[in-house]
Design a protein around this ligand. Structure first.
Ligand SMILES: N[C@H](CCC[C@H](N)C(=O)O)C(=O)O
Length: 278
């Protein structure tokens, strides 16, 4: 039997397990089981708490299909709430080791409750030699690529994990599931990619729908919101502090001297005991 907590950030939901206190089986297999909405608890992803030698704590992230991803923006806000409320860390600001780099969350407390979490996501990576995109271009901003019958203008970058950003005039103009899956699996992306469809509302607001690698369409993608905000400011001159409206709520993305900050909610849904089936 495994103790777990389930949390969500703007509708992206996660199971969190403590890998320090519990001896857990293979994380990839476990993620597939616990994330199953019919045979498990049900979630978009799973995070495991582990000790770190280079930060206050370590977060390992797995998509619902069991694949490991370097980082998760909505996930790290939920993870931060979990480790603060379980007194694994004592300060409101701390460091989290992830495969996508060391992240710096700060829990924001109002009326003795965690109201939101602000995370320093570091600096975006554009250079194609540092991001898993198979192209000779130095950077991959506003490039034309053929996907099936469509020619799309796509931008690629890494903010915690790999993202592509595609601007649309109206979400009804595209079949998100079909196009998202096609771009995720396009040969340009040897490690696949998360696919963000972005509608510019005005200079202070954008709307984003994300097809997530290893999951499918989710109600929100935190690192996707950040990637969309960065490319929107480059190509559409949106403001450095941007409201990113997603199906599951709103995230605030700030760009300060090249560093990206994401602020958003993190709510606990439940906790319980998971009975590991073999
Ligand atoms: N599916 C992503 C990881 C989760 C990212 C997303 N849930 C977020 O909030 O950033 C990947 O395979 O890179």
């Amino acid at each position: 039997m495994l103790k777990f907590e389930k949390l969500q950030g703007t509708g992206n939901d996660f199971i969190i397990l403590n890998g320090i206190e519990n001896k857990l089986p293979n994380y990839n297999e476990l993620a597939k089981k616990v994330c199953s909405r019919n045979f498990g608890i049900g979630a978009d992803g799973m995070m495991v708490v582990e000790k770190s030698k280079i930060a206050d704590i370590k977060m390992l992230f797995y998509n619902a299909d069991g694949t490991q991803a370097p980082m998760c923006g909505n996930g790290i806000r939920c993870f931060s709430k979990y480790i603060y409320e379980n007194e694994i860390v004592k300060d409101q600001s701390f460091t989290v080791e992830t495969l996508g780099g060391i992240m710096k969350p700060q829990v924001v407390i109002e009326d003795n409750k965690i109201k939101s979490v602000k995370v320093n996501l570091g600096n975006p990576v554009f250079s194609s030699k540092d991001i898993p995109i198979d192209t000779s271009d130095e950077i991959f901003i506003d490039k034309k690529i053929k996907v099936g019958e469509k020619t799309l203008n796509i931008s690629g970058l890494v903010i915690g994990t790999i993202h592509t950003v595609i601007f649309v005039d109206d979400f009804d103009d595209i079949k998100i599931e079909q196009l998202g899956r096609a771009v995720e699996n396009n040969k340009l992306f040897p490690l696949k990619t998360n696919v963000n469809f972005v509608k510019i509302v005005d200079k202070k607001n954008i709307e984003v729908t994300t097809w997530e690698r290893g999951v499918g369409i989710t109600l929100a993608c935190g690192t996707g919101a950040a990637a969309s905000a960065v490319v929107s400011s480059i190509l559409h001159d949106t403001e450095e502090t941007l409201n990113v409206h997603v199906e599951g709520g709103k995230l605030i993305i700030e760009q300060i001297d090249g560093t990206i900050y994401m602020t958003g909610p993190a709510e606990k849904i439940c906790e319980g005991a998971y009975y590991l089936q073999n």
